[in-house]
Design a protein around this ligand. Structure first.
Ligand code: SAM
Ligand code: SF4
Length: 320
């Protein structure tokens, strides 16, 4: 099918160029973007891109069942992923094209050596909003260094409040370590931390109310993410998805929720507790209420691909 041409934006006459970054002349890895005369970045539907997610590694020290296979993986060789100098160069280019927010992710970003130094360089370049998504295993001891480098916000994954179930989901014994990381983040200037739980029917959907209570007790922003068909083991089916509407109804029945206004491009619908308790609830519904329409994000993978935000159309397998 033919790719639709980007629409004209307002009265501007937009002469577009297609920029392609190649690692080597014979490389298949390349990144195609539309750069308009106004020097901002748009996707093929004409939406301005302001947020960039950078996967700094494909490696991970966890094996979450909704994400990776239990089997040992064939990670990319180090020379197949973007080097720090390449990531520096790309960051400068993206910033010059109107990117204002950068989220560092993975794989697990904290397993790649040099991530603090990279964040410091992004900070020095003037990135307004620097954040990270992590599984929390290595966060507690690195929190202060990351903040010093310029990190301002953190998302920590936590898929169960029950240590044994956490172990089954992540295939690790890291429950206490991750809880310590949440505490460390909460007592730092990264507070309030966002805590991400991917809900899978029959696995952890019995914990919705417990997670909401956790938000109230700890003052964190508890975010429930619908399970997307990205798991390496291809176990996803629609019956395993816990719709955000169900999560809302269950929490609202116990502790009435009030919606917090959000920007159209935001992925989460946000709620506070009507009784004034601390903490917030975020609902992310890429399956039942896809948010692609107003999306302002792109995602750069460690192995040099550029995608629209996670969701339909993205390749399956370990996200990186
Ligand atoms: N390793 C880090 C972590 O787990 O937070 C960062 C990378 S991880 C790919 C980023 C986010 O994607 C996490 O919040 C994770 O729970 C979520 N995720 C992974 N696989 C998913 C899936 N199949 N459906 C929905 N969310 C998923
Ligand atoms: Fe690793 Fe994050 Fe995937 Fe879990 S969700 S396996 S921590 S990359």
């Amino acid at each position: 099918m033919e790719t639709p041409a980007p629409p004209m934006l307002g009265k501007e006459r937009l002469r577009r160029k297609c920029a392609v970054f190649r690692r080597a002349p014979d490389s298949n890895h390349r990144i195609g973007l539309f750069i308009f005369e106004a020097m901002t970045l748009h996707d093929k539907f004409g939406r301005q891109i302001t947020d960039l997610r950078i996967s700094v590694t494909d490696r991970c020290n966890f094996r979450c069942v909704y994400c990776r296979s239990a089997d040992p993986e064939n990670y990319r060789e180090h020379d197949e992923i973007l080097s720090w100098p390449e990531l520096d160069r790309l960051a400068r280019i993206f910033l010059s094209l109107g990117i204002r927010k950068i989220r560092i992710t993975g794989g697990e970003p904290l397993v790649r050596e040099g991530v603090e130094e990279y964040i410091a360089r992004l900070h020095a370049l003037g990135v307004e909003d620097l954040s990270m998504t992590t599984n929390g295993h290595l966060l507690a001891e690195r929190c202060e260094r990351l903040i010093k480098a310029g990190l301002r916000r953190i998302n920590i994954s936590l898929d169960s409040l029950d240590p044994a179930k956490f172990g089954r989901i992540t295939r690790t014994k890291s429950f206490n370590t991750v809880m310590n990381s949440i505490d460390a983040a909460q007592s730092s200037r990264l507070a309030p931390a966002k805590v991400n739980a991917v809900l899978v029917r029959g696995l952890n959907d019995d914990e919705v109310e417990s997670f909401a209570e956790f938000a109230r007790l700890r003052g964190v922003i508890m975010r429930f993410i619908e399970f997307m068909p990205l798991d390496a083991d291809r176990h996803w089916n629609r019956g395993l998805v816990v719709p955000a509407a169900e999560v809302h109804a269950r929490i609202h029945a116990r502790w009435p929720l009030e919606q917090i206004p959000h920007e159209r491009s935001e992925t989460a619908r946000k709620y506070r507790f009507a009784d004034g308790a601390p903490g917030e609830i975020g609902l992310i519904a890429p399956v039942t209420q896809p948010f692609c329409g107003h999306c302002s994000r792109i995602r750069l993978t460690a192995d040099r691909d550029l995608y629209p935000f996670r969701g339909r159309g993205q390749r399956r397998g370990p996200p990186h």
